[in-house]
Design a protein around this ligand. Structure first.
Ligand code: ZN
Length: 260
């Protein structure tokens, strides 16, 4: 996997552009927007409620910027103000410790009312990431944030895939620290993954054993849903996630190195 990523890195490097300045600004929202967003996010996302006043401001500024850069498409449900706000919040939650959080590769986010089928596939999906966009079932999005004990959160899961995809395939908006730390993460977690595959048993749900990409996304779900329990059961994995995402969700200050 590591050599594969290195090859991609080499292959895509000449095409990468510097991030345009307007995409990294974190201009402050008005008090009215702050209050409206706070109410909507705070009523669903516990992570946000744990933040200090200063970090809540940073979180909402990022949510507002993220929404402005995306096109939301609604399939089988009416647009509602809370949908882009909460969807952007899940992206901001996963990337809160990173400097580059916009996932510029993805311009389109598709929100579907419920689980869906793709092409001729009989299987039902609740979310996926494709080169043309991020797809989420709204019913399952809400379910993911309604229970903080089951380690299942489809939005956090898909945003983790989107973040990884963005950092290896996007032309700009790449977070250099994330990339460097993700390569270390793959090295650290390789033996953990090999071990759980051999034993077919892990604190993480079985879907994590599908491949390294699912191991990453399922680990990030557990990291945000139940940080203390993940830390207790898989301390090495927990540390590796703290380092790659530059945050520790068990703490109220969340971000580990503010300068990143
Ligand atoms: Zn997945």
């Amino acid at each position: 996997m590591l050599s594969f990523l290195r090859k991609l890195n080499h292959f895509f490097a000449p095409q990468r552009l510097e991030l345009p300045a307007q995409l990294i600004t974190e201009e402050s929202v008005s008090e009215e927007i702050f209050n409206r967003y706070s109410y909507i996010i705070g009523s669903r996302i516990q992570y946000f409620n744990e933040l200090s006043a200063e970090l809540k401001q940073k979180f909402i500024n990022r949510v507002h910027n993220y929404i402005r850069q995306k096109q939301f498409h609604y399939i089988g449900l009416e647009p509602k103000e809370e949908i882009p706000i909460l969807t952007a919040s899940s992206a901001v939650q996963v990337t809160f410790g990173l400097k580059s959080y916009m996932m510029q590769h993805f311009k389109n986010i598709y929100i579907l009312a419920d689980a869906y089928r793709m092409d001729n596939d009989e299987e039902l999906y609740i979310g996926h990431v494709a080169p043309e966009g991020i797809y989420l079932s709204w019913k399952h999005f809400l379910f993911g944030y309604s229970d903080n004990t089951d380690n299942i959160n489809v939005a956090v899961h898909e945003m983790s895939h989107a973040l990884l995809f963005n950092n290896y395939f996007a032309k700009y908006g790449v977070d250099k620290n994330f990339r460097a730390n993700y390569e270390k993460f793959s090295t650290t977690t390789g033996p953990i993954l090999a071990d759980v595959i051999t034993r077919r048993k892990s604190y993480l749900r079985n879907y994590a054993l599908t491949n390294i990409h699912e191991f990453w996304a399922v680990s990030v779900e557990a990291f945000f849903e139940n940080p203390a329990t993940l830390k207790e059961n898989m301390p090495q994995l927990y540390e590796a996630l703290c380092s790659v995402l530059n945050q520790d969700p068990e703490t109220t200050h969340k971000i580990l190195k503010p300068e990143l």
